[in-house]
Unconditional design. Sequence first.
Length: 523
Amino acid sequence: MTRRAAPALLAAALLLCLAAPAAALTADEMYEPGTVVVVDLQLPPASVAALEAEPDEYVEGTFALAPSDGTPTGVGSFSAPLTIGVRLKGDSSFRDLKGKAAFKLKFNEFVKGQKFLGLKRMTLNNMVQDPSMVHETLAYAAFRAAGVPAPRTGYADVRVNGEEFGMHLNLETLDDVALERLFGSFEAPPQHLYEGAFGVDVLPGEAGAFEVDEGEGGDRSDLEALIEALAATSPGFPQRMAGRADLGEMARMWAVERYIGHWDGYSGRAQPHNYFLYSDPLGEFQMLPWGTDQSWKVAQLGFGSPGAALFEACLGDPDCVSIYRDALRGARQVVADLDPGAEAQQLAALLAPWQELEEAPRKPFAADVIAAEVAAVGTFAANRPAALAKYLGEGEPESSSGGGPAVGSSAVTPRPPKLSSRLPVNRAKLSRGLLPIWVDAPGPASVHLSAHIATARGDVSACVVSRTATEAGPLAIRCRLSQAVRRHLAARWLQLRVLVTVTPAGHDPLTLRRSIRLPRTAG
């Protein structure tokens, strides 16, 4: 995805929503950045009183949802009413029902086995600490593009007992439904999803402080093993983490956190916050982000300043630092491709008519405040490449706008190649171990493709292949995965890092990097 193409994601999502009648709406469509649904909640007086007394406890309510074409005048038919559990949510962002409350919805709280669009839960964030109302959407998009398992987002206009509660972020809840979508399976036992509360870290004596969101709470041996490995003093950090933590994935998460200024996450400070730990069937952990509303604005957040325990241990080990620095370079490219400044403006235009429906005390920000915060996203993103180049000891970074000559190239450079797959990049499909890749060649050229996966023991080669393009246009390449990578796929999904070098006739080589998600192949 190039920077110029990034806003097309929002346009595509809008067209998708416009074309989908109420009965045809799916969870995949609902969790698109440009999708706005309308959520209608009915709470009887007893439930309102109960939420006033204990806002963290689920009470009985009635739920219905309608799709829209992206505008308040284009709301479709509501779904059949469901009896569900409703509670309020938030720490510093908490608001009660007299203000712009945020909600957790649980579809099977009172009706056993009940789901909505295949979901057990929904999370509706009130965005009262993010005047732009785009920080979370852009942050999770950056994490996903970098190969970090992260929730999806849409938007929801929430109404309670007929009153307008305003625009909310419709954030995919991290539960076993989401875990199965992300990783292919969730088996309890032995797997877990642990939630790290504020200040809770992977340290001796703290295993019991983690909340078990999924899995059996009585056996935390996987988490204890991770804590023990971190506390050891030898061998080196990557060697101690082998089989306990996917350092490649964690480094990518920390790199994105730092690059987008997400100071309120795991790596941003000594007391971590807003993160999850997921253990796969083999007991190896990955880290998932959460609570990203404070991103895209803290330019002072450096790339090597102190953070939480795992991040600190990584910074203290030369091999892990190398992994982290490579992840920072990847984060820089991911954000350039996302073009957050343009995406923020597109999202702001989508949300503006809905924001006009908000009224005090459920209208937290005036239009001029929102506009200033949206503009600040682009300013922040524009300044990050230079800040990272300084940390890495690089010269001035190349322009990320695409299409211009690369450093060291000839004066006349053909248009850059494009890398694509017939299926979405993050849902690549394998057939007999062959991964289909299409390279859009700029003309006659030699094409060399290599791919690898990152593990705690180092990179593992996935495939290497060379082809020749005889003319401009798409060149189909079948990349046969190595047996080692295919064995890894039998246990878990993988993030494949692809490097394509295209050497057009008479010109210097052009390079292109992309991440592709490979789903688990076991049954």
